[in-house]
Ligand binder design. Sequence first.
Ligand SMILES: C[S@@+](CC[C@H](N)C(=O)[O-])C[C@H]1O[C@@H](n2cnc3c(N)ncnc32)[C@H](O)[C@@H]1O
Length: 228
Amino acid sequence: MAKQASKPSEDKSEVSIKSKDRVRGQGEVFTPSWLVNDMLDLVEITIDNKVLEPTCGNGNFLVAVLGRKLKLVRKSKDKSKHDTLSLLALSSIYGIDIMKDNVHECRERLIEVLRVCSPAWFTNRKKMFSSAEEILKTNIMWADTLKMKFLLNNKNLSITEWALNDKIFSREEYSFKEMIEQGKKESKASEPIEPGTFGFEVMTPVPPLMPIKVFTPIHFSKLNEQHD
Ligand SMILES: C[S@@+](CC[C@H](N)C(=O)[O-])C[C@H]1O[C@@H](n2cnc3c(N)ncnc32)[C@H](O)[C@@H]1O
């Protein structure tokens, strides 16, 4: 039986629009938390599976996703890994929005979730939060998703993939356009094969996507010390 949506809460403090102009101009209407949570119940969220919101607004979905990921971190038995795992969780969350204020709000809300959920996880809180801010500066992007351009410098949109090996983060940047094209190629390659003239077709494997930039791996507490 289909799951029933939860009833809307009566929380009037939740803002669904900022102004009529923004609704008309950018189609900006924020999703209420009850609906966000009902939708997230339909997907699997793990500590490090990647979530990209191409029109993230001020972060209603991403804030809830991070909350769920950090709950999983809290459940993990090895307490000595809570600090790195929480950064890994944060680094798996991506957002893009065309409105600069939304991007700033989204980053601030995510850092607040981390602050609230991780009171005793970090031995050096100052350094950890600097690393977290670096991740958010990279992953929550002020950009036009349709034009695939950053709005700060009109450069082509790129996505940074983070990977954690013990206490070391590696970081690779990929072209957003190439990622979209790769996705199309991969889904075409996985379509059922139509019998050809000779009764079969040879599938050409899709070559892996190459990064446009690779950073030197760095200790998790020093992410903000790494520059282009
Ligand atoms: C319907 S709102 C949804 C916001 C958020 N996903 C939520 O559910 O609360 C759409 C968002 O898309 C943003 N937006 C509109 N056009 C965009 C574009 N071309 N690139 C990136 N973001 C865009 C708007 O600024 C707005 O925040």
